[in-house]
Design a protein around this ligand. Structure first.
Ligand SMILES: NC(=O)c1ccc[n+]([C@@H]2O[C@H](COP(=O)([O-])OP(=O)(O)OC[C@H]3O[C@@H](n4cnc5c(N)ncnc54)[C@H](O)[C@@H]3O)[C@@H](O)[C@H]2O)c1
Length: 260
């Protein structure tokens, strides 16, 4: 028996990067996984990989910025599989780099995709998680949710918020046996990193190539390399499984030593 045998979970932002790596890892550990992302094609591709890993699941494509979709993913999963044991709120958005010339629409989108949608999905999931023997929620914050990032003040604000929400929920629902934790990835080798480093309003990015900027970012990490999606997936698997049954309220850096 594997650590997630018989469990049913949801992974958001699972069409790529760490979310996809997590969905595959959880399937290999015995879970049934609803994979959620923006584009239908990438969502179906992840489901095919979940099935190839010996698991089963569901592919749900849509914009989590839309409140009704953020709720629907819980309803559809429970309808299909009869229960919910875990939720990984992995969706997020880099947001603007600028402060003085801030694009306030990008500010709102950062709050919507890092915080608002996560609150909506979590609140919908809690009544179902309560019925599980180890109901728990994992959030994705960031190393920028533990130390302020001068390059991404709005993102830092939102990811600190994710950690605050997670800790508060751990205390609020601990007496009912529910667990809430977060992973805090550092600089990870995924498509989102390329978006981050090459944002047009980031003064460091001007004219530079996203791959070159990513390599530079790796040089500042104590382990001197980018993190791989599977390395976050492994940490996520641990926190979501009963191996972590006495762990709640924790924000775990998976960052090669960045916040050390
Ligand atoms: N990549 C990094 O260096 C890094 C570091 C720290 C934290 N993070 C966090 O990790 C999470 C995702 O990062 P990743 O690197 O795995 O991403 P990625 O770029 O590999 O994948 C992003 C996924 O999110 C989905 N998505 C984007 N917008 C969506 C929306 N509105 N509704 C539904 N799905 C949507 C995409 O379809 C895609 O499947 C975010 O919360 C991000 O803030 C990333």
């Amino acid at each position: 028996m594997s650590v997630l045998t018989g469990k049913v979970g949801i992974v958001t932002a699972a069409g790529s990067g760490m979310g996809r790596a997590g969905a595959i890892r959880f399937a290999r550990a015995g879970a049934t996984v609803a994979v959620v992302s923006l584009e239908e094609e990438e969502t179906r591709e992840t489901l095919a990989l979940v099935e190839a890993a010996g698991g089963q699941g569901l592919a749900l494509a849509g914009d989590l910025g839309d409140e009704s979709f953020a709720r629907e993913i819980v309803d559809v999963t429970v309808e299909e599989f009869g229960k919910l044991d875990f939720l990984w709120n992995h969706v997020g958005y880099p947001g603007p780099a600028a402060v003085e010339d801030i694009d306030i629409g990008a500010f709102d989108r950062t709050v919507d995709l890092n915080l608002r949608t996560v609150m909506v999905t979590t609140s919908r999931a809690i009544p179902h998680l309560r019925k599980s023997t180890d109901g728990n929620v994992l959030f994705t914050s960031s190393s920028s949710g533990l130390t302020g990032s001068p390059w991404s003040p709005v993102y830092s604000m939102a990811k600190f918020g994710v950690v605050g929400l997670m800790r508060a929920l751990a205390k609020k629902y601990g007496p009912e046996g529910l667990r809430f934790n977060a992973v805090c990835p550092g600089v990870m080798d995924t498509p989102m990193l390329r978006v981050f480093v090459a944002r047009p309003d980031d003064e460091r990015a001007r004219g530079a190539d996203a791959e070159e900027l990513s390599r530079k970012a790796a040089e500042a990490i104590p382990l001197r390399r980018l993190g791989q999606p599977e390395e976050v997936a492994n940490a996520a698997l641990f926190l979501l499984s009963e191996d972590a049954s006495f762990i709640t309220g924790v924000a775990l850096p998976v960052d090669g030593g960045t916040v050390a």
